[in-house]
Design a protein around this ligand. Structure first.
Ligand code: FAD
Ligand code: FES
Length: 276
């Protein structure tokens, strides 16, 4: 696995606009990086501008790394000004990723808010491509407004094929997305989608990704349903610099988020003061 501080040149092979200020970017590194596991991240650098961490929203296919990236500030803005064929730098993959072996043989509950769907979509792809997998996959996904729901058609399609069940929430909307008979959508917070959800907590592993306001309330709510805290996972976002546990930029609750995380269980988080 390459953990060098020197970025590898990578060609921006495809840019696909999804929703406003959220595009899919496919990168092809000139030297292959180690496969990125769901929940791990790479550092994308743009010459003369800076770098930022980003997760992959898909499995690495034909050497291509796919990320859904929001235009958030200085460096992502510079990325949005590039075009297909331009070159960026990539370092990584970094971090632990989701412990896929802990998901085997269990029902899976994925809970995402906003851009949090991007890393969870990578996890979802890994679960769907594991043909030995047994158990249900339930997705609860909330966004501020219907137009912000990422991968909406894909999630609806998977639900119509019976491969997942999905429930959406939006903070506000004049009209709800649809109509899709199998798809549930309500106005409210994503945590409210747990209401009335039929599932077996003792058989379930949960993964959560979204803004801090989401995981602050939803993690303990999941524990109250009876899912063991050791089987509730969240991926944390912190400002990163080196990505390899050397600069201390990301240290929270005595742990390096870049190296020991970014994925932690609720059991671990309860011992990390200030992490959530
Ligand atoms: C492990 C990890 C995975 C990530 N995966 C994705 C992804 O899949 N897609 C994606 O679009 N983004 C992802 N991000 C967030 C992404 O790294 C930031 O949006 C990016 O750093 C913004 O850089 P910028 O220079 O464009 O913005 P800046 O100018 O640095 O910041 C713009 C705004 O965002 C805030 N901000 C920037 N970084 C963070 C952070 N880490 N935590 C909280 N607030 C922040 C700043 O305070 C500021 O308000 C991930 C972050 C981490 C740590
Ligand atoms: S980003 Fe440098 S120690 Fe984590």
């Amino acid at each position: 696995m390459m953990h060098d501080l020197q970025p590898v040149p990578a060609v921006l092979v495809k840019i696909v606009p999804m929703v406003v200020d959220n595009h899919l970017f496919a990168f092809r590194p000139e030297q292959p990086l180690a496969d990125i596991m769901p929940g791990q991240f790479v550092e994308v650098s743009i010459s003369g501008v800076g770098s930022f961490p980003v997760s992959s929203c898909d499995l690495v296919r034909d050497g291509r790394i796919m990320s859904c990236i929001r235009r958030a500030g200085r460096v992502t803005d510079a990325l949005y000004r590039l075009k297909e064929g331009d070159t960026v730098g990539l370092r990584g993959p970094f971090g632990n990723g989701f412990p896929l072996q802990r998901f085997a043989g269990h029902d899976v509950l994925l809970i995402a808010g906003g851009l949090g769907m991007a890393p969870l979509r990578g996890l979802l792809q890994a679960l769907l491509e594991d043909h030995d997998r047994q158990g249900r996959i339930m997705v609860l996904y909330g966004s501020r407004e219907p137009g912000g729901l990422l991968f909406y058609d894909e999630l609806v399609g998977l639900s119509q094929q019976g491969r997942i069940s999905v429930r959406f929430s939006v903070d506000f909307a004049e009209t709800l997305p649809g109509p899709h008979p199998q798809v549930f959508c309500r106005i409210g917070l994503v945590s409210e989608l747990l209401e009335g959800l039929q599932f077996a907590p003792r058989r379930t592993v949960a993964a959560v990704c979204g803004p801090p306001a989401l995981y602050r309330c939803v993690l303990e709510e999941l524990a109250l349903t009876g899912i063991a805290p050791a089987r509730i996972f969240v991926t944390l976002e912190r400002r990163m610099r080196c990505g390899i546990g050397e600069c201390c930029h990301c240290v929270t609750g005595g742990r390096y988020i870049c190296r020991d995380g970014p994925v932690f269980s609720l059991e671990q988080l309860r011992g990390m003061a200030g992490a959530i």
